[in-house]
Design a protein. Structure first.
Length: 319
């Protein structure tokens, strides 16, 4: 199964960078700048984002290191799963954020930081939180967080080129500039879709990894609580800039099942309430179409796959 993720990572990087270099070649030709200079510019900008990204994340999330003996079970869980799967143990931090969520980030898998929000620890049971931790370690194991950090700079470059060429050129040079700008917007749109597709796929693989470490239904329960409870916290999550790194997309989830938000006011979600929300998602044409623009799969799909994994493991254990 991991082969599919590796193939997707490789294809995403090849296509995204291929489109970017084609755009830079056209831009270099128009401005009479050598292609090597344009490519060097893209590489420098990409390296800058890769280097500065973790600093920005730390600054924007109000996190602090996990204190010794503060939550011993968190350290035990992280160490146990990492040692079992030969993953370098990440730094562990707590973000002073009320919404329940978690994420990992870092320049490499060996310099990763695992962050749990205060809301996650207050909302989930200990076993459910352990399942979320396993999910995040899956991202470190697969090294997909580094790929996301690298490729996410491409739409940014394309957007910058589009805005610069369309709106910053004089009228007598406007025709060719607008043409390049339109091409840049196309690259921006296509690479965004490629990266979003990869982002959704990596979530499935991290879920599968977690399900093999911790009982799959525990992660399913955690996803239900996080997703179907985030509709109560719109104001806090709308400013999120880390959507693709979270275990659950906080912005999309806050609208995913707003129709049922009153059911979850106590944050105690019954099986019947989860079933109602999943059925609503399954029938919603808007949700299905909108998924291509999401960083995460629809939650009902993730929950269904986790329950299927639980059935497969149960049959395997019986045999």
């Amino acid at each position: 199964m991991i082969g599919k993720l590796v193939a997707s990572m490789s294809l995403t990087m090849v296509l995204a960078f291929g489109l970017l270099f084609a755009l830079l070649a056209g831009l270099g030709f128009y401005f009479n700048i050598g292609i090597y200079g344009m490519v060097s510019f893209a590489i420098v900008l990409g390296l800058f984002q890769w280097a500065i990204g973790p600093v920005i994340i730390r600054w924007s999330t109000n996190m602090r290191p996990l204190q010794k003996d503060e939550f011993p079970w968190i350290e035990e869980t992280v160490h146990g799963i990492c040692i079992k799967n030969k993953v370098k143990i990440p730094k562990i931090t707590i973000a002073n954020i009320g919404m329940p969520n978690a994420f990992v980030f870092g320049r490499t898998s060996k310099s990763a930081t695992l962050t749990l929000t205060r809301g996650l620890l207050n909302t989930l049971t200990k076993d459910e939180a352990k399942a979320v931790i396993a999910h995040e370690i899956g991202h470190i194991k697969h090294n997909d967080m580094v790929v996301m950090t690298i490729v996410s700079v491409i739409p940014t470059i394309a957007y910058f080129i589009a805005m610069s060429t369309i709106f910053s050129r004089s009228r007598n040079q406007g025709g060719p500039a607008v043409l390049i700008g339109a091409g840049a917007f196309a690259v921006y749109f296509i690479t965004n879709l490629l990266i979003l597709h990869f982002s959704r796929l990596r979530e499935y693989h991290a879920d599968n990894f977690a399900g093999l470490q911790i009982k799959p239904t525990l992660l399913a329960n955690a996803l239900a609580k996080i997703t179907y409870g985030l509709s109560l916290q719109k104001q806090e999550v709308q400013s999120s800039t880390l959507r693709s790194f979270y275990a659950v997309d906080p912005v999309a989830s806050s609208y995913e099942v707003t129709k049922f938000s009153s059911y979850y006011a106590d944050q105690h979600i019954s099986e019947e309430e989860v079933k109602n929300a999943m059925d609503w998602e399954r029938r919603s044409s808007f949700s299905k179409f909108g998924e291509i623009f999401r960083t995460h799969p629809l939650t009902f799909k993730r929950i269904e796959k986790l329950h299927e994994l639980e059935r497969q493991l149960s049959v395997k254990n019986k045999n």
